[in-house]
Design a protein around this ligand. Structure first.
Ligand code: SAH
Length: 364
């Protein structure tokens, strides 16, 4: 009988079938062996440094109506907010002084000239305040190519745009009519052509999603030569249309599949950046630390002003709602110390995969 270590260590390219086999492991011994192997690949390929990206949730006004998302356009049951330039810049300054090295600006999707100008302005200001020493990732949805280019010129150099699922049928099921996986893939191509380090990811455990779908997601990341992965368990939101449809896994299995996806993605993609996302922490308080142990190397501590956090609930029971940035940092440092992982401060922590492909162009 083939065991998972044979598949991983014999050096052959993992096939779709191999990946399904690995993701399908449920015996604790086999699952732990998989995590160990993924950690080893991380250690060999990129080392065990953990890099931080301070996450600023800049606003929850969104033109999209994604069927899974708590801040979808037609949910009237919370207050909409948009941070001012000064508020975002103040958070960026906090991140800079905390030594996080990089930040992420994430928010609802807006696609108008004023929004494009606003983000450009904010990016220029952030660059100025940090003397260009803060790494900047954007996660602001689908945009025109020239907007991506303007934001890149203004100082952003990484972009995270999840495809949510590589299965077009499933993608359709979780979005209203007219939303297209092809459009998202076109955006990933625009981002690549513009020069960004390109990040994508999926939700894990969506209703109707199979292990075969998840294996295809990993092969999609490989085929598109993705630099950064941000993925996590799907968690229902009580005010979303998908709330009444049962998720594929119960909580424990969903969490475990989240970790297995990290582990197998690490084994297949090797030198990319992989985030241990907040959704893991939502299912288990030490979820992010366990994500690092399964092959992830990035954590995105929330730096959003506490007053805005309750209004940025993409899913139910999002952690850290009443925690301020300082408490988030202290808890994280202690938690990582406990599991023996060490944080690197004041470095961008770029994707090694990106630099191997493109040569060292910017500060890493
Ligand atoms: N507007 C940006 C940011 C969206 S929020 C964009 O379109 O890229 C970031 C991610 O949160 C989404 O891509 C989605 O994968 C995740 N998300 C949204 N609702 C979720 C839910 N119910 N459970 C888990 N993750 C969710």
């Amino acid at each position: 009988m083939t065991c998972s270590s044979d598949i991983v260590s014999d050096g052959k390219q993992l096939t779709h079938k191999d990946i399904c086999f690995l993701l399908g492991q449920t015996e604790p011994e086999a699952v732990n062996a998989l995590f160990k192997q993924a950690y080893q690949v991380k250690r060999d390929q990129i080392g065990t440094d953990v890099f931080l990206r301070g996450l600023i949730e800049i606003g929850n006004v969104c033109l999209r109506d994604c069927l899974y998302c708590g801040i979808r356009k037609s949910n009237p049951n919370f207050t909409r907010f948009s941070m001012t330039k000064q508020e975002i810049v103040n958070s960026a300054l906090w991140i800079h002084q905390a030594g996080y090295g990089s930040l992420v600006l994430q928010g609802g999707e807006l696609r108008d000239p004023d929004f494009a100008d606003f983000i450009e302005d904010v990016l220029l200001e952030i660059k100025k305040l940090s003397g260009g020493s803060l790494g900047v990732t954007l996660s602001l949805g689908e945009q025109e190519k020239d907007v991506y280019a303007r934001w890149f010129e203004a100082g952003a150099h990484r972009y995270l745009l999840r495809i949510e699922s590589s299965n077009p049928k499933l993608f359709q099921q979780i979005h209203p009519p007219g939303y297209s996986l092809d459009d998202r893939i076109t955006c990933l191509e625009y981002l690549r052509e513009t020069g960004y380090q390109v990040g994508t990811g999926v939700m894990i455990g969506l209703p109707g999603q199979t292990v075969e779908d998840l294996a295809s997601d990993i092969l999609f990341f490989k085929e598109k030569d993705i630099d950064m992965i941000g993925m996590g368990p799907y968690i229902p939101h009580h005010d979303s249309p998908m709330f009444s449809t049962p998720a594929t896994y119960e909580k424990k299995a969903s969490f475990e599949m989240g970790l297995k996806m990290i582990a197998v993605t690490r084994i297949v993609l090797k030198d990319v950046n992989i985030a241990a996302t907040t959704a893991l922490q939502a299912l288990k308080s030490d979820g992010r630390e366990l994500g690092l142990k399964a092959g992830a190397n990035i954590i995105m501590p929330n730096v959003t002003d506490t007053k805005y956090r309750p209004a940025y609930q993409l899913y139910d029971n999002k952690p850290g709602i009443d925690e301020n940035s300082e408490a988030c940092r202290n808890n994280l440092v202690l938690a990582l110390k406990k599991v023996g992982e060490s944080i690197v401060y004041n470095k961008w922590g770029d994707s090694k995969h990106f630099h191997k492909r493109c040569g060292l162009s910017k500060k890493s």
